[in-house]
Design a protein around this ligand. Structure first.
Ligand SMILES: [Zn+2]
Length: 304
C-alpha cells in the first residue's frame, strides 16, 4: 500500500474529488419501455435515483483514497485509521461557536463534536458530502457514534434530530449527507456495536419563506456572526403534523460540521417552538478546536 503523505492535497481541495464526475451529469436510469411521453414515469425514476444515489455514486466515483490518492479504496487503511483517531475523543465545542454563547459567557446550546475539522477528517468529509461514498459513511458514522454516545450519556429516550439540507443542496447532491450518516449509524446500532437509547426523529424542515435569502450569492462563507444568524433566522420549522413526534421529548440535534453555530441555534429554536426539550447537539466535526482545558467529552447537560 502506497502512502505518500507528503503529496497530500490541502484540506478543501482534494484533486481526486475535484476530478470525480458531477452527480448532475449522471445518466438517467434506463427505462426503454416508457421512453418519451411518460413524464410521470420519469419523475418516479428520478425519485429512485435520489433514493439510491449513494449506491450509484459510490460506483461512479473513481476508487482512490480521497485523502492521499492511494489506489483501490475510497479511504485507504492509513487514512481510515487517521479518521478514526481524529474522531476518537469527542469534546465540547460550543465555546468556539459564537452563535451558541451569550455575551456573558452563558451557554445557549451545548454541542459535542466528535473531532476537529482538519486533515483526513476534513478531506474525507468534503468528499463524502459530494459523493456519499459508502465506505466513508461507515467510518464517519462510527465517529459520529462516539459523539452521540457522549452527548446522550445518562439520558433515556432521546430523539436524534438531523438538520435538514437546503432543497438546492439536496437536488444537487441527490442525498443528504447527515441523513446518510445517521442511517449508517443506525446500521451500526443494529449490529450491536454502539448501543445508546437514542432514536432518529426526522422532523425538521427548511422553511420555504427563507429559501430565497439562503441562496443569496456568496453562501455563508465570510459572513459575520450577526449577518449569518440573520440569514438563517426562521429558516427551519417543524411542520404541524410532525410536532407530536417531539413535543415534550428530549432532543439532540445532529449535523455534520459546526462553524459559528447559527444553523444549530436555528434548529434549536424551531424545536423549542414545537414543544421539544432541546438537550444539546452533536456534530461530526467542529471547525475550531477546543482552546481550553476542561472541555473534553461530556454530556450536554453537565453545564461545562
Ligand atoms: Zn489514504
Amino acid at each position: 500500500m502506497r502512502h505518500e503523505h507528503s503529496i497530500r492535497h490541502p484540506a478543501g481541495s482534494p484533486a481526486k474529488a475535484a476530478a470525480a464526475p458531477d452527480p448532475d451529469l449522471l445518466p438517467p436510469l434506463p427505462s426503454a419501455k416508457h421512453r418519451g411521453g411518460q413524464p410521470r414515469t420519469w419523475l418516479r425514476a428520478a425519485d429512485h435515483v435520489a433514493g439510491a444515489a449513494a449506491g450509484l455514486l459510490a460506483l461512479a466515483v473513481p476508487v482512490d483514497c480521497v485523502c492521499c490518492g492511494a489506489e483501490d479504496l475510497a479511504l485507504c487503511v492509513a487514512c481510515e485509521r487517521q479518521v478514526r483517531l481524529l474522531t476518537r475523543h469527542p469534546f465540547r465545542a460550543e465555546q468556539q461557536a459564537p452563535a451558541l454563547m451569550n455575551v456573558d459567557g452563558g451557554i445557549i446550546l451545548p454541542v459535542v463534536a466528535a473531532g476537529v475539522y482538519r486533515e483526513e477528517l476534513a478531506q474525507g468529509l468534503l468528499s463524502f458530502k459530494r459523493h456519499g461514498q459508502h465506505q466513508l459513511g461507515a467510518v464517519f458514522a462510527k465517529g459520529l457514534g462516539h459523539g452521540i454516545a457522549a452527548a446522550a450519556a445518562g439520558l433515556d429516550d432521546v430523539c436524534l434530530v438531523p438538520v435538514p439540507s437546503s432543497a438546492g443542496a439536496f437536488i444537487k447532491r441527490g442525498f443528504s449527507p447527515i441523513h446518510l450518516l445517521l442511517s449508517a449509524w443506525l446500521h451500526l446500532q443494529h449490529q450491536g456495536r454502539t448501543r445508546t437509547g437514542a432514536q432518529i426523529v426526522d422532523v425538521l424542515r427548511k422553511s420555504r419563506r427563507r429559501a430565497a435569502l439562503q441562496q443569496l450569492p456568496g453562501g455563508q462563507k465570510g459572513l459575520g456572526r450577526g449577518a449569518r444568524a440573520a440569514r438563517v433566522r426562521g429558516s427551519m420549522k417543524v411542520p404541524g403534523h410532525k410536532r407530536r413526534q417531539v413535543s415534550g421529548r428530549r432532543c439532540i440535534i445532529v449535523d455534520d460540521v459546526l462553524t459559528t453555530g447559527a444553523t444549530l441555534a436555528e434548529a434549536a429554536h424551531a424545536l423549542h417552538l414545537s414543544g421539544a426539550v432541546v438537550a444539546g447537539a452533536v456534530v461530526l466535526a467542529a471547525t475550531r478546536p477546543p482552546d481550553s482545558a476542561g472541555s473534553g467529552a461530556g454530556a450536554p447537560g453537565d453545564g461545562g
